[in-house]
Design a protein around this ligand. Structure first.
Ligand code: GLU
Ligand code: MG
Length: 418
């Protein structure tokens, strides 16, 4: 059969789903400049492909422009069409960034961090997911048997990650039923969020080719454990030297790192709305699930919102030292989640905040988190008023659509989409 290669340019907006438009790859030279057409209301398409409400109506035109540095091409060598796509930026027709562009939201945060502190952010996302291609076997947490049972998924996925430039780091069977986890190497700035988007898509692409699914929904069974996204980060100074660690500090944090984490904890309730944005995110965030329950910083406690990760003595401690934000899941766009962390952290640096003594509980529901986001003047400043208002409308519409469903039914709905 004759075939002509296609490519696609994608964005990952408020729903955390990767959407975009395709075109013949031979048109790339002109598409690199003019992109593809997009509309503002697309940002309001929720996890279930519904648009309960939109501030934009049917009006407006945008362009989604491929980023030449974010091209991904992976051939699974199984006769299937190549995965070939770009991540891109949402712009007005005159080329200026759209206020709700998720990548630009992150770019602005990183630029402000750099401008005010000369720091660059290195981060890595750790992803947990449920693989439908294995049977549930009792006692299989972290087991070699569970590792074996996923068959060739892990090897095909590792090859895809490498081909996509995602630098695979680890793959393991996790604690939950049919649950696995992978990490990729850290990357600087916006590339880390791009990697998170692409890595999840490679897991889905691999599973799809094997006739299965990689499900990243926050939790599949209200009685089980959740699928978290843990965002590890550290700073580099202008010379590229790691500057997260200070051996003199009781927690090992440099002054900037301490203030940055204090900013995250200060803004944690509002941050939840951006990093844990599904109704079922709050089923995951309950005690005894190895998931965070309190807005705290801890050195060795997985129930903390922010955890200082262990380092191996005798190695380059400063380079290894990193902090992990645990209140995220895959319902969040990696751009929005990372941007929220950076804006909140930077507020901590600006206000010279210190780690709070108290340990407030995280919001118990998405509605409570959205109320905190609405009440946050700071978040409105970071996002811009129109992004802030549209985000609240998007998520409140989604939550309202699930009202009346049992927790198990909500989990099922999210499992079908993430
Ligand atoms: N599954 C847990 C979560 O939902 C995390 C387990 C771990 O610490 O790796 O965040
Ligand atoms: Mg884990």
């Amino acid at each position: 059969m004759n075939r002509e290669p296609l490519t696609m340019v994608c964005t990952c907006e408020m729903s955390g789903r990767v959407r975009g438009k395709g075109f013949p790859a031979r048109e790339l030279p002109s598409r690199m400049a003019r992109g593809v057409g997009w509309v503002p209301t697309n940002a309001m398409i929720n996890a279930f492909s519904a648009i309960p409400a939109t501030p934009f109506g049917t009006g407006g035109d945008l362009i989604l422009v491929p980023d030449p540095a974010a091209e991904f091409e992976v051939d699974f060598a199984d006769g299937s069409a190549k995965e070939h796509f770009f991540l891109g930026d949402l712009r007005h027709l005159d080329g200026t960034p759209w206020e709700l562009c998720p990548r630009d939201f992150l770019r602005r945060a990183l630029a402000a961090l750099h401008e005010e502190t000369r720091l660059t952010l290195l981060s890595a996302f750790e992803h947990e997911f449920t693989y439908t291609g294995v049977d549930e076997a009792p006692g299989n947490a972290y087991s070699l048997d569970a590792f074996r049972r996923q068959g060739i998924f892990a090897e095909a996925f590792t090859a895809a990650l490498r081909a996509a430039g995602c630098e695979p780091d680890s793959f393991m069977a996790e604690f939950g039923a049919r649950q696995y986890e992978f990490t990729v190497d850290p990357a600087e700035g916006i590339r880390a969020a791009d990697r998170a988007v692409v890595a999840r898509e490679m897991a889905r692409a691999t599973a799809h080719r094997l006739g299965h699914r990689a499900v990243f929904a926050p939790i599949l069974d209200p009685g089980g454990v959740g699928n978290g996204v843990h965002i590890h980060f550290s700073f580099r100074n202008a010379a590229g030297t790691p500057v997260m660690h200070d051996p003199a500090d009781p927690l090992g944090l440099s002054p900037a790192a301490r203030q940055f984490v204090a900013g995250i904890l200060h803004h944690q309730p509002a941050l939840c709305a951006l990093t844990a944005p599904a109704t079922t995110s709050y089923i995951r965030l309950r005690p005894n699930r190895w998931a965070p329950t309190h807005a705290t910083l801890e050195q060795q406690d997985r129930a903390a919102a922010v955890r200082i990760c262990p380092v191996t003595p005798g190695t380059d401690v400063a380079r290894q030292f990193n902090v992990e934000y645990r209140v995220a899941d895959a319902a969040a766009s990696p751009y929005l989640a990372l941007a929220a962390i950076v804006w909140a952290g930077m507020d901590g640096i600006r206000q010279q905040r210190d780690i709070p003594a108290e340990s407030p509980a995280l919001p118990a529901t998405l509605d409570a988190a959205l109320d905190a986001l609405e009440a946050s003047e700071a978040a409105r400043d970071w996002m811009g008023a129109s992004h802030h208002a549209a985000y609240l409308m998007h998520k409140r519409g989604e939550a309202a659509a699930l009202a009346g469903l049992t927790e198990a039914e909500q989990c099922t709905r999210y499992a079908a989409t993430y």
